[in-house]
Design a protein around this ligand. Sequence first.
Ligand code: AMP
Length: 491
Amino acid sequence: MEGFRSLGLYDDLLDAINDEGYEEPTPVQEQAIPLLLEGQDVLGVAQTGTGKTAAFALPVLQIMARRGRPSGRRMIRALILSPTRELAAQIGERFGAYGKHMDVRHHVIFGGVNQNPQVKALKKGIDVLVATPGRLLDLIQQRHIDLKAVEFFVLDEADRMLDMGFIHDIKRVLKLLPNKRQNLLFSATMPRSISKLADSFLNNAVRIEMTPDELTVESVEQRVMFVQTKNKKHLLTQIIKDHDVNCAIVFIRMKHSADRLVKELKKFGIKAVAIHGNKTQAARTRALDDFRRGKTPILVATDIASRGIDVNDVTHVFNFDLPDEPEAYVHRIGRTARAGKSGVALAFCDETEGFKLREIERLTGERIEVEEDHPFHFEEAVPPMKPARPHNRFGSGRRKRSGDKRQNRHQKSRNHKGRGQNNRSQQNRTGGNRSKSHRGQKGHGQKNFREKNSNHNNSNQKNQTQKNRSQNHRGRKGQKRPGGSKRDAHQ
Ligand code: AMP
């Protein structure tokens, strides 16, 4: 708990953290909490599973308590936008847990369910609103929601928001917020569209980053298996049975294939449930609850439905189909190895998916180990060998942008101000050279995260970056693959 105490959190929050059983802050919490407590805007490149919800919820709760609640009816002081209902519900649940010793009322709203209970809760007055964009705008239009008292705006999983076509909704919401407010944007990936969006509403944001290549390489044991399409279900069944897998998510592209796979697994005596966009909210909630409680060991999910699934004991993630967008791979495998646990991510690659595999490897800058010691190995599915190199949206492959000189000036001038984070920045500059060395150390203690030393900027905005290597809260696996030889895909 000392780590949390040193961040300057109030006792009420420390008690709640203690109740949750958290011992030390995660790297993203270590970085974001002091900045947010200082009143900074933050641009966080981190995926779910890194502890990012607490990274923003704790400081938001603390600042709200510090300022005190204005007299009169409760007004919405913090607005958190989330792409999916599941993630929204999960964030709401976290606010409840962290704020349980405080006088803070939160509520979650999302579409696909009757709005009346939501309207009733809003009428009573709430301090923190977690919402998906569509239902939020609906209720604003019906004058059930007023955003004029918002002091904190959090845009969570911004990349997924944009993938889901929410950009116009986000812009509409931004127009309704008061100018004076603190902003936070979290995204698992940082394509140009997100940088642009961030530029449009963050002020002097400090950027903190945990790159997906490190997350993927260090915290999850990944392998790819080459297999014919028709044999994927047999391979899956065999692994589940041979390794007694009892808490796994199987990612699949199409909704109807998810339902079909559930039926196939049942034929082999494996209990599974599907979760996808065509299911009602009630069915999705039930499926997730059954999975969480261990009643159903296998969850078959499409990407969108799976956003925000927060189950700490997921031991395996199966990429039954490789995702169309390489970024989704990072999101998917982040469902395992959560909260200090280890995890295995297996990708099934058929004869049509080789280019997707290579795209993933380009994005993460890592080659995924090949597992060929299985009865369904299909050599023809192995794609041509091109060297994997980090995509320049990420990692060391990022090209310098024209604003970099200016950014360095900003950073220097901030360093002179003697702020807390500057120590880290300076330390980071000297420890910057990322190399293969820390990647190839499976089994050696804890993994390192790197916060990158690049940022973006426009005339109104300077994003200060911290480059740091801090230890992850998760333990490392270091465990061996169950059986079989492995070879690098590019050998
Ligand atoms: P998130 O990235 O916010 O979705 O959090 C992922 C999981 O990590 C959640 O189950 C949290 O309860 C858990 N978690 C968050 N912070 C910590 C921490 N400091 N120590 C241990 N677990 C944590």
